[in-house]
Design a protein around this ligand. Structure first.
Ligand SMILES: Nc1ncnc2c1ncn2[C@@H]1O[C@H](COP(=O)(O)OP(=O)(O)OP(=O)(O)O)[C@@H](O)[C@H]1O
Ligand SMILES: [Mg+2]
Length: 264
């Protein structure tokens, strides 16, 4: 099983949109995917019309009940988000193992909750580098971070790299000096417009950065994923939509394959 976290310190850059669509694309490839919504905004959970108050991610960190794995369909499942996860986070702040609670939970429940049936776990996070986000990173093989062509696009990348490396250095085994954090950090250039001055400048800088693995175009269709709760993969199945945006869908397929390459 492979685990990826979508994380960025900046909000509104496409974490939820990309995790949702990547999961739907993996489903189309015949994979089984478990989403974990670690953002207390719960956008990913709501995209599946799920509104749970018990058995949510909160119970991973501060068990009051059993965590529920909610089946969306034969391929997709989700551990729903919790709107007051920020409060749960405060309550664990003084625990010495606070960054490794998800790691321990996963080990303890791997078989009992049937987690071994999933090919992938995709985790959506709040725009920050908080304890909860660190918990996600601690169990991940890959961290995908969207950056957008704005004034602060690259500076948010710099900050994440710095925080990520600090965290890695903090979490070393005293004996072996090896870090428990083995995730690789990759960036996704998202919402890149076709032919604007800022996007051209952005692409120019991207050419010199090798941890930016894919460029996702700015495309209105992505808005429908949250508004109409329909994935890009589902839209592609509609012939008239596909033909209208053929170039986009062909490129999208390549983009998703590239993303997959960076977890496996
Ligand atoms: N490539 C894209 N082209 C056009 N719109 C996009 C693209 N990616 C995301 N969006 C839109 O941008 C908005 C923000 O995306 P999203 O909610 O995924 O960001 P986020 O990083 O999860 O935000 P938050 O930090 O609040 O959790 C949404 O309306 C989404 O539809
Ligand atoms: Mg989000």
């Amino acid at each position: 099983m492979k685990i990826a976290t979508f994380s960025a310190i900046k909000g509104g850059v496409g974490k939820t949109t990309l995790s949702y669509n990547f999961g739907q694309w993996l489903k189309h490839q015949g994979k089984k995917v478990l989403f974990i919504d670690l953002d207390h905004q719960c956008n990913l959970t709501q995209t599946f019309d799920i509104y749970e108050h018990t058995g949510t991610v909160a119970d991973i960190f501060n068990p009051k009940s059993e965590v529920k794995i909610i089946k969306i369909d034969d391929s997709l499942s989700i551990i729903p988000g919790y709107m007051r996860l920020d409060e749960v986070e405060k309550s664990i702040a003084t625990q010495s193992n606070k960054d490794m609670l998800l790691y321990m939970w996963l080990e303890d429940h791997y078989q009992g909750l049937g987690l071994d049936q999933f090919d992938f776990i995709l985790i959506d996070t709040h725009p920050d580098f908080s304890t909860i986000t660190k918990n996600a990173i601690a169990i991940s093989h890959s961290v995908f971070s969207p950056i957008t062509p704005s004034e602060h696009g690259f500076s948010s990348r710099d900050i994440l790299i710095e925080r990520f490396n600090e965290f890695k250095n903090e979490m070393v085994d005293f004996k072996t000096r090896e870090s428990y954090i083995t995730a690789k950090l990759y960036f996704i250039a998202n919402m890149v417009k076709h032919n604007t001055k800022s996007s051209r400048e952005f692409r120019e800088v991207l050419n010199h950065i090798d941890d930016v693995i894919i460029v996702v175009p700015n495309k209105e269709l992505f808005n429908n994923t949250t508004l109409e709760k329909k994935s890009i993969t589902d839209m592609a199945a509609d012939k008239s939509i596909y033909n209208k945006h053929k170039e986009f869908f062909i490129n999208y397929e390549e983009v998703m394959k590239e993303l997959l390459k960076h977890i496996e």
